[in-house]
Design a binder for this molecule. Structure first.
Ligand code: DX5
Length: 231
């Protein structure tokens, strides 16, 4: 029986993917006012995923507007070329995909050498074991609960046992690692993800679609996640 440490602090992290791209600066200001913990930028290269979003210059343009941290979710094939630019743009944490890095251990070490925090993402089909030997290099592991590329997709509930498996692997190794989930996270799904062991929860559509606004959506998701950790 694994002896789990006390639950890690819940963090609600919006993806700006559903935001109005003509007003991304306003979206960041609104999100900070809404009480989110940090902002995730979904950087897509049109190669690793069939979509193309924004690069470092767009992120850098919004950086001075808010004080909350930025993280970059790099859905980029072999992302070494973009790491420096993402750090220079003001991202504190860089998330690379295990599937996109031929030399994952070296890439994560490179992120650390740049002075940023490193994280690794797993697509739904990728086993937890693929990150077993890099947990000492990362601040966080992202378990994708959709196939990457687009917002507004349905949550893949079969990822919950995978989240629990990762939680056990992290605990047994004594690693100080957050578990993040991303994709289809909303009021109906967040408890399953948090109850399985995720403490960093990325939401896009469910935040921006809440008729009561970003503040209500953020508070509701946080409340549901904390309750799930305690149940
Ligand atoms: C997928 C993206 C999305 C986005 C949030 O590549 O990473 O998961 O962040 O999407 P929804 O709208 O599902 O919260």
């Amino acid at each position: 029986m694994t002896d789990f440490p006390s639950p890690r602090p819940v963090e609600i992290v919006p993806s700006v993917l559903p935001a109005d791209f003509a007003h991304l600066g306003d979206a960041c200001l609104d999100l900070e006012k809404a009480g989110v913990d940090r902002i995730q930028w979904d950087v897509m290269d049109g190669n690793f995923v069939p979509n193309l979003t924004f690069g470092a210059d767009v992120i850098a343009a919004t950086r001075p507007l808010v004080s909350i941290p930025f993280e970059a979710h790099l859905m980029v094939e072999e992302p070494t070329w973009i790491l420096d630019a993402m750090v220079d743009a003001g991202c504190r944490l860089l998330i690379v995909h295990a599937e996109a890095c031929r030399h994952l251990h070296r890439t994560l070490g490179h992120i650390q050498e740049l002075g940023a925090a490193a994280a690794v993402a797993l697509n739904p089909a990728t086993p937890v074991q693929d990150v077993a030997h890099v947990l000492d290099l990362v601040e966080m592991v992202l378990v994708m609960t959709v196939n990457p590329g687009f917002g507004g997709q349905a949550y893949i509930a079969t990822m919950e046992p995978k989240i629990a498996e990762l939680r056990t692997l992290v605990a047994e190794g004594g690693h100080d690692v957050d578990i993040e989930v991303d994709g289809g996270i909303g009021p109906a799904t967040i408890a399953g993800a948090a109850g399985a062991g995720a403490n960093v929860l990325v939401a896009g559509s469910s935040l921006f679609r809440d008729p009561e606004g970003l503040g209500h959506a953020t508070a509701e998701l946080r409340e549901l996640a904390v309750a799930a950790q305690r149940s």
